[in-house]
Design a protein around this ligand. Structure first.
Ligand code: AMP
Ligand code: GLY
Length: 418
């Protein structure tokens, strides 16, 4: 079977690498892919948001399945376009991807169906938003409504910060159209856990829990990034917590989307906060998370291609999905300066010395036969071991063997307690 994977980051490398293990898959294309993915798949020079380009390629080359991984093409309706062209596609349609693409949609869904989340209000007018902030007081959270590359959220410790965030988003156009509407949320506290689930419109099968590290520097300091590392499982996601989440959040969400005429098929990502009042939804994503996927898929024992097909055919209840008991730790190595301006084209050395990890490539290219950096997040060095502590040690031992100018990584992936 032939598979086309859309995207070109560490997450897509993990998906390609895992599909490659399937005895049924004999060819993988990745659009656009990256330097590391090119070692395992045929990279195609089509941007992930180029719907016409992807559909044209698929019509010509006839993959048996197209897996759309990133948020933007999902929100733009790439799965709908592929299906209309008669091509099997994995991922939510546009009307279901909106669960990530519009925070106000997600909040209204949760309110309507009684799914626990932070209290909130939605504004398009900055004066009304500011009045609401003054009434509620700080700390308070301001979120751009639309997709903003993970940078549209301000957790404001003071009213002034919250007011500034509103002005930036609504009046200043900081996030373009994505910020013309803002969601203002109650500030919640507690450990954060990510739970990804395969969903076929009706049934849901969760993957093992994970935790992400969004801030750029150790001890959760510095600016928010796409994610500087992840590990699986979370210490906080006990069986009791899982049972509560399944009954109060996961199943109700899948049922709510079906009831709204927006059946969700694909991977649904629940960003949860385990508050003193129980688990609450911080965000939904309509896709695999990055870098959680690198950690979580490293634990998958079942054929991923079979799972994708079970989702598309709405037969997820018929497949047994097995996971290794091993823990996994993924440490991201980033370009110095990321998430702000950074340089590209730095030669990467030491990859051949890695012994105990798998290195997923996020922002790399091959130039004159050597790997060079080509993005903010460059590599995701991922190790598995019977305990999380051992996985952390293995991953960092390999991180230390890899070098490129101005490389930056956090030294505390996996050790955070909350
Ligand atoms: P998001 O992009 O929605 O994942 O938000 C980024 C980060 O902001 C989350 O990972 C949380 O750490 C934090 N955050 C989001 N919403 C809230 C909230 N209601 N209360 C406290 N922290 C929040
Ligand atoms: N790691 C968070 C995300 O993929 O949105």
């Amino acid at each position: 079977m032939k598979v086309l994977v859309i995207g070109g980051g560490g997450r897509e490398h993990a998906i390609v690498h895992t599909l490659k293990k399937s005895s049924k898959v004999d060819h993988i294309w990745c659009a656009p892919g990256n330097g590391g993915i090119a070692q395992e798949a045929e990279c195609v020079d089509i941007q992930a948001t180029d719907i016409d380009g992807v559909v044209a390629f698929a019509k010509e080359h006839k993959p048996d399945l197209v897996m759309v991984a990133p948020d933007d093409p999902l929100a733009l309706g790439m799965v709908d376009a592929l299906e209309e062209a008669g091509i099997r596609a994995f991922g939510p349609r546009k009307n279901a991807a909106v669960i990530e693409g519009s925070k106000s949609f997600a909040k209204e869904l949760m309110k309507k169906y009684g799914i626990p989340t932070a209290g909130y209000a939605v504004f398009e007018d900055s004066a009304a938003a500011i009045a609401y902030i003054k009434e509620q007081g700080a700390p308070i959270v301001v979120k751009a409504d639309g997709l903003a590359l993970g940078k549209g959220v301000t957790v404001a410790m003071t009213e002034d910060e919250a007011v500034a965030a509103v002005k930036d988003a609504i009046d200043g156009g900081a996030f373009g159209g994505a910020g013309a509407r803002v969601v203002i949320e109650e500030f919640l506290t507690g450990p954060e856990v990510s739970v990804l689930a395969f969903v076929d419109g009706k049934h849901l099968k969760t993957m093992p829990s994970a935790q992400d590290h969004k801030r750029a520097y150790d001890h959760d300091e510095g600016p928010n990034t796409g994610g500087m590392g992840a590990f699986s499982p979370s210490r906080f996601y006990t069986e009791d917590v899982a049972d509560t989440c399944i009954e109060t959040i996961f199943k109700p969400t899948v049922e709510a989307m079906a009831a709204e005429g927006r059946p969700f098929k694909g991977v649904l990502y629940f960003g949860l906060m385990l508050t003193p009042k129980g688990p609450k939804v911080i965000e939904y994503n309509a896709r695999f998370g990055d870098p959680e996927t690198q950690a979580v898929l490293s634990r998958l024992e079942t054929d991923l291609f079979d799972i994708f097909n079970a989702v598309i055919d709405e037969k997820l209840d018929e497949i047994d999905i097995r996971w290794s008991d091993n823990a996994a730790c993924c440490v991201c190595m980033a370009s110095g300066g990321y998430p702000k301006a950074y340089e590209k084209g730095k030669v990467i050395t030491g990859l051949d010395d890695v012994t105990d990890s798998f290195v997923f490539h996020a922002g790399t290219a091959v130039k004159d036969g050597v790997f060079v950096t080509s993005g903010g997040r460059v590599l995701g060095v991922t190790a598995t071991a019977p305990t999380l502590d051992e996985a952390i040690v293995k991953a960092y031992a390999d991180v230390k063997k890899i070098h490129f100018e101005k490389a930056h990584y956090r030294t505390d992936i996996g050790v955070k307690k909350g």
